[in-house]
Design a protein around this ligand. Sequence first.
Ligand SMILES: Cc1cc2nc3c(=O)[nH]c(=O)nc-3n(C[C@H](O)[C@H](O)[C@H](O)COP(=O)(O)O)c2cc1C
Length: 464
Amino acid sequence: MDRPLLFNAFEMASAMHNAHGLWKHPDSERHRRYKELPYWVEMAKRLEAGLFDAVFFADVLGVYDTYRQSPSPSIRDGMQFPLNDASLIIPVMASVTTHLSFVLTASTTYEHPFHIARRFSTLDHLTSGRIAWNIVTSYLPNAAANFGLEKMIAHDQRYEIADEFLEVVYQLWEGSWEDGAFVEDRTAEVLIDPDKIHPICHRGPFFAVKGPHLCEPSPQRTPVLYQAGSSERGRAFAAKHAECVFVGAPSAERLRAYIGDIRRQAEQCGRDPEQLKFFTFLTVIVGKTSEQAEAKFEQLRRLWSADAAKAQFSGASGYDLAEYEGKPAHEPFLFRPTDHGHYKAASLTKDATKPLTIGEALQKAGTLTRESVIIGNPTQVADAIEERARRSGVDGFNLVHLVTPKDLDDFIEYVVPILQRRGLYKTAYTDGTLREKLFGGGARLPSHHPAAAFRSIGVHAKSS
Ligand SMILES: Cc1cc2nc3c(=O)[nH]c(=O)nc-3n(C[C@H](O)[C@H](O)[C@H](O)COP(=O)(O)O)c2cc1C
């Protein structure tokens, strides 16, 4: 590896995230403190001291109620519930840091582009260009019900909506305001030059937005664009729009295949494929010695909640695992498309390293498995991270922390210094916005990105 890897803390403004049942761990603080500002202030300072690139806030807009057709298994363990609005936490974290960046997940299915454009412009201003948007189309039926729909919009149609959603926000961010519109000319008595502000007059199948954008151009204009979703349609969407892609797959080989596919498709879209960065999950259980790490793993396994884990799998995939619990365990566990999301289902079916029976799939879905984590002393953990990055071709990781904040502290204390000695972890931040830190160019999107087409005011005239 010839350059440092990127590290985001994988977060959620929730009592619990992906640490099923681990609120019972004696060192868990988050399930009580996630709703207090001091918790997030401390978190921001800890992550910046540890030279993390960003906090990645996942988000959902409903409860997980697919498993046993009930929300109880997820609610009982506080699985991604209760869940606050991370966008209101970010400015506070930004106010006590200089370099730490923030990835905020927001849905193109249940939000409106005019609103999203305004929220991200505001956040980009308040963070001085340290904001990214993780674009998702959302997979929970309860989210659909919360926004007035009887059932979820079909999987691929959500991506059609997302494509138009992006076209609208690109116009607002890139085209609505010309540079230099804020003139503050006392002699002419003009604060903002109206001739440099343009309505976008967008009319499409899903959205009609007149504009102009309410916010003046922020440091990055368009936030850094992340995307999470690895179905065929999701990968095509990533190739067209994303600068960073969050990929989920159970093996380095599948990750490499997804990355190769998205890069190929990005090139076909006229983009520079090497300018896309890829991230995946990383869960580390580190101890001073390997024996300590193994003891820690055993404790976590004992506390793990199979029900909460199955509730997450069922909600994300659309497979109610309770139905499978009533079927013969030796039968094959097969992929079937649903309107939920692709990646969880694929991880135990077509992306699995070997075909699984129903019994094996249920066991894996409900257990903290050895394959899903890296366990060891600091050197063993650093070796495994290096190996995973090399084999998969990812540029970075979203670090899951099972016991918060202890696991983050352990990672920073034990693993970061070793990675630094190997040149795999930065030793200082670089200046600039998140886009400049990640890609080294300017603060704004490069000209090969499709959003650049909306910089020309003529485009808006045509669409009006
Ligand atoms: C690694 C990964 C992380 C994701 N995180 C979220 C999330 O935080 N919130 C959310 O609503 N959807 C999330 N999604 C799923 C998206 O909502 C996605 O747009 C939708 O489920 C379709 O995904 P698919 O293309 O994999 O089918 C995630 C997907 C992946 C692969």
